[in-house]
Design a protein around this ligand. Structure first.
Ligand SMILES: *Cc1c(COP(=O)(O)O)cnc(C)c1O
Length: 381
């Protein structure tokens, strides 16, 4: 695990704090989720739900996840096949450890979420990357086919995609489905941004494609949907035997998860649709606010159809190394961002791209935009 000892997110957040920079690095909201959700957790704590909950999760949350999947995505899920986890992070770790080992390959989109590489290494398996490249970050059949082999055991798919903001289209998902069937691979779909999709894009769950429910595991979490990233309430569902395999691992990772938060999340999943759409509409407005500011500062902003994040190219500012720039930016202009290169194996994948989080209060985004206006002139000086 030596290559994984530090994370750029923690280091960049520490640098931002030290320099008083506006932190658009780590993707956590700076306002809390619905009041009813917060009160639900308080009630559960004061109501005595503070001991080990059942291993697979409390019944009301497993039922609420199944009902949510039916209501929003028309997926038929039995509460028996829902496993509550410590965030989506634990669901991913449990699945990778349960299903893969030395000699197995796991296909991931690149750039990839940082925990994917770490848990694939923990399992002793190999990752095979499929490039999504700026400015459109589309998935091509050629790239996908090149990553599959007779050793492919698992595809770790993420849509809407962090860090690119890409939402995979139905046609792209059909490619994944075809190759997964051809190679008899299981797909784990990381859909933590399922509700954070903007005008013109549509989230399509892979599990809804013909023949895919039997080989698709789905994970999501309350953190991103309800702006409570610190709660770490996630879930996994899919075919009975695959969920059972993940449950066997989960038992010895954490045993059980987040007792009093579970009933609170169960109630929130049943909130009216306007709560979900209202949040994504607000985020879309924030995306536009930040994107406009980045453009005004001279960066080339890439398309973003969902998530908390937008990427921008620093080449127009004369920059050739966004990683070096990212470490200088907090001092230089007082804004922190994450270089996209840290999510990639290929050293030439995204040398000049930065990822900015826009899940922040408007005044914070305005301050960032104002500061970023000085970036071009300071770099030229
Ligand atoms: C935030 C995030 C996660 C982790 O979710 P938790 O519920 O906080 O564990 C997993 N995958 C992606 C792509 C994320 O951005």
């Amino acid at each position: 695990m030596r290559p994984f000892t530090t994370t750029v997110f923690a280091e960049m957040s520490a640098l931002a704090a030290r320099t008083g920079a506006v932190n658009l690095g780590q993707g956590f909201p700076d306002t809390d989720g619905p009041a009813s959700l917060l009160c639900g957790a308080v009630d559960a704590v004061l109501g005595g739900r503070n001991q080990y909950p059942p291993g697979p999760g409390v019944p009301e949350l497993r039922t609420a996840v199944a009902e949510h999947q039916q209501r929003f995505w028309d997926l038929d899920v039995s509460p028996e096949d829902v496993l509550v986890t410590t965030g989506a992070t634990e669901a991913i770790a449990a699945v990778v450890m349960a299903l893969t080992g030395p000699g197995d390959e796991v296909v991931v989109l690149e750039p990839y979420y940082d925990s994917y590489a770490a848990v694939i290494a923990l399992a002793g398996a190999q990752r095979r990357t499929v490039p999504l490249r700026a400015p459109d970050f589309r998935l091509t059949e050629e790239a996908l086919r090149a990553a599959f082999s007779e050793r492919t055991r698992l595809v770790l798919l993420n849509t809407p995609h962090n860090p690119t903001g890409t939402v995979l289209s139905r046609a792209e998902l059909e490619l994944v489905a075809r190759l997964a069937v051809e190679h008899d691979a299981v797909v784990l779909c990381d859909e933590v941004y399922e509700h954070l999709v903007f005008t013109g894009a549509e989230h399509v769950p892979l599990a809804s494609l013909p023949g895919m429910a039997e080989r698709t595991l789905v994970t999501s979490s309350a953190g991103k949907t309800f702006s409570v990233t610190g709660w770490k309430v996630g879930w996994l569902h899919g075919p009975t035997e695959l969920v059972a395999a993940a449950r066997a691992v989960k038992q010895f990772l954490t045993y059980v998860s987040a007792g009093p938060f579970q009933p609170a999340v169960a109630a929130a999943l049943a909130l009216p649709e306007e709560v979900f759409t209202g949040f994504s509409a607000d985020l879309e407005r924030k995306r536009d606010l930040l994107s406009e500011g980045l453009r005004a500062a001279g960066l080339a902003v890439n398309r973003c159809d969902g998530t908390y994040f937008v990427t921008a190219d620093t080449t127009p500012l004369g920059c050739t190394d966004a990683t070096e720039l990212a470490w200088r930016m907090p001092e230089l202009v007082g804004v922190a961002a994450i270089p996209v290169q840290v999510f990639c194996d290929d050293p030439a994948a995204a040398p000049t791209l930065l990822r900015f989080a826009f899940c922040k209060r408007d005044d914070v985004l305005h301050a960032a935009v104002e500061r970023l206006a000085a970036l071009g002139p300071r770099l030229a000086a």
